[in-house]
Design a protein around this ligand. Sequence first.
Ligand code: ZN
Length: 71
Amino acid sequence: MRGDCKACGAQLPVDAKTCPGCGAAVPAKGKLLPLAAFMLIVILVIQSYMNKEEEAATEAAPSAPVSAAEQ
Ligand SMILES: [Zn+2]
């Protein structure tokens, strides 16, 4: 998503801090979107990590009684 300069209406590059057309300062409005995307990724990583722990717990549970019965 690209913003337009509020001063002159020119199209601004994604990470422009000043307008290339008129030099006006561009408000850092787009910083919220990367933050939301980052939080989404963190949540997905945590969820997949918890799923892996559940799988490991269910896999490890049956093997423990077998080794105990051998003794
Ligand atoms: Zn401008």
